[in-house]
Design a protein. Structure first.
Length: 477
């Protein structure tokens, strides 16, 4: 598949297909969607609204410029010129084979079909001769990085770099099994939960609490085996197995037996689920889910653990820089939910954090980067003044430009302008920093190469009015 072209055909625009559209679109790909359902455009539009408000909020660098979304009237139209074809139709093998026949008739030589199937083996999908590889994501596709890849080895190797390039974590399966790895785990937990419900041991809410208040939080950052290794104490995994291995012979689980989903059990599940979550609409639950995932994933980014490391590595490939009105862009950021307060808008503390990252962007620009700091020198903030000029809400893209007011001697005085998507000014920050020797913790002159760049920027930026410089700090709005 050509690296110079970036067009994906999404065949099937349900929850998963819409999620794929969001993941590709927000990573700069043009997306052509085919779905004959009358409500397809509305459904995908709703998914994209959620994706735009959440995926960019995971990153401290801007994602590529959003691609173009097109709705097509046929599979042939969608596939024409595509570099990647993602099939996400219903889980019916005969339907998939029919769709593959139509897709294959328009595929260039060497290209293949990526299937979002949640259970069929690639060999079953390819049984009619179409080149198919399993590329199984998890919902919401635009946020969760895991994608299980299974099938022909040559096709797996073609698929892996593409999904990596859009910020996902490819889990390559060299042995085919039905339902892959992730769904098998989910299925085992689901079966045990059904027995607990059937036997009157626990309710839907109690089961969910056991997961989200306990081991689910550990699994999010360490998985299963690493979690159990720690449970073994200093002696590690061998100690854990020695202590708890015998419990595998105890009659704790009914995983080998499945309760019949009769009318009574189905009604019990439905009634309990309604009591647990019926006060919220599905759209409200999806927004809550996305906000929670952004908060968790951004937390994992801090340490590079688990899925956080995937985002960090993807972010390192994203572009930075640019100018507005002759001033360098030092930060682009979509407002995450963690920056908002009970009034529904960006909290004043978040403006300070925004200014901190913009200052870091300017430091990178003048050469006071990680290597420079590792050598024992940096800039310390001694004064910051903020003006709040307009409300900012969750999911809004912000751009910060930085003007160097003073770059002489030990001082670095900066004026940050925080701009909304329409170019309107929503805040300004004036900050004074002193260059510091990290070993003595005392102010000192910067190295010559840093001083030279800083002084040149101050000269280039001289004469520009720093609107609001020295003004009073605003209220919460």
């Amino acid at each position: 598949m050509s690296a110079s072209r970036k067009r994906v055909a999404v065949i099937g625009g349900g929850v998963i297909g819409g999620g794929w559209a969001g993941r590709f679109l927000l990573n700069g790909w043009d997306v052509a969607v085919f779905d004959p359902a009358p409500e397809a455009e509305r459904r995908i539009g709703a998914v994209l609204d959620r994706a735009r408000a959440s995926l960019p909020a995971l990153y401290d660098r801007p994602l590529p410029a959003e691609g173009k979304l097109t709705f097509c009237s046929s599979i042939a139209e969608a596939v024409e010129g595509a570099d990647w074809v993602q099939e996400s139709v219903s889980e019916r093998l005969e339907l998939k084979h029919k769709v593959y026949g139509e897709i294959a008739a328009h595929l260039p030589d060497g290209d293949f079909i990526a299937s979002s199937t949640s259970g069929f083996k690639a060999s079953d999908l390819a049984a009619k001769g179409a080149p198919v590889v399993v590329v199984h994501p998890f919902n919401p596709v635009y946020l969760l990085p895991l994608v299980e890849i299974s099938g022909d080895p040559a096709l797996r190797q073609k698929a892996i770099p593409i999904v990596t390039s859009i910020g996902m974590h490819p889990l390559e399966m060299k042995t085919e099994i039905d339902a892959f790895i992730g769904n098998r785990f989910q299925e085992s937990v689901w079966r045990e939960a059904l027995w607990m419900l059937k036997d009157g041991i626990a309710t839907t809410a109690e089961i969910d609490d056991a997961i989200r208040m306990g081991f689910g939080l550990r699994w999010a950052q360490m998985g299963l085996f690493e979690t159990y290794r720690i449970a073994g104490g200093e002696a590690g995994m061998e100690s854990y197995i020695e202590q708890f291995g015998p419990t595998l012979q105890w009659p704790w689980s009914k995983l080998t037996d499945v309760p019949e989903l009769d009318a009574a059990l189905i009604k019990a599940i439905g009634d309990q689920s309604d009591a647990q979550s019926g006060h919220m609409t599905i759209a409200e639950l999806e927004t809550l889910r996305d906000d929670n995932l952004v908060a968790i994933l951004r937390g994992l980014r801090r340490t590079g653990s688990g899925a956080g490391g995937v985002i960090t590595r993807h972010e390192a490939r994203l572009e930075t820089g640019g100018e507005i009105d002759g001033l360098p862009i030092t930060l682009r950021r979509v407002v995450p939910v963690t920056w908002t307060d009970y009034n529904g808008h960006m909290n004043e503390a978040a403006y300070l954090e925004l200014g901190t990252w913009a200052t870091d962007g300017l430091m990178q620009l003048v050469g006071a980067d990680e290597a420079y700091i590792a050598s024992g020198k940096s800039y310390f903030t001694v004064d910051t003044r903020i003006r709040y000029l307009d409300e900012v809400h969750r999911g809004e893209p912000l751009t910060v430009t930085t003007q160097v007011l003073d770059g002489s001697g030990k001082k670095m005085k900066l004026f940050h302008r925080v701009l909304k998507q329409d170019g309107g000014l929503c805040a300004t920050l004036e900050t004074l920093l002193l260059h510091t020797d990290l070993t003595t913790r005392r102010a000192c002159a910067p190295d010559a190469h840093v001083a030279e760049v800083l002084e040149k920027l101050a000269e280039d930026h001289a004469g520009r009015p720093a609107e609001g410089a020295g003004g009073a700090v605003g209220d919460r709005g």
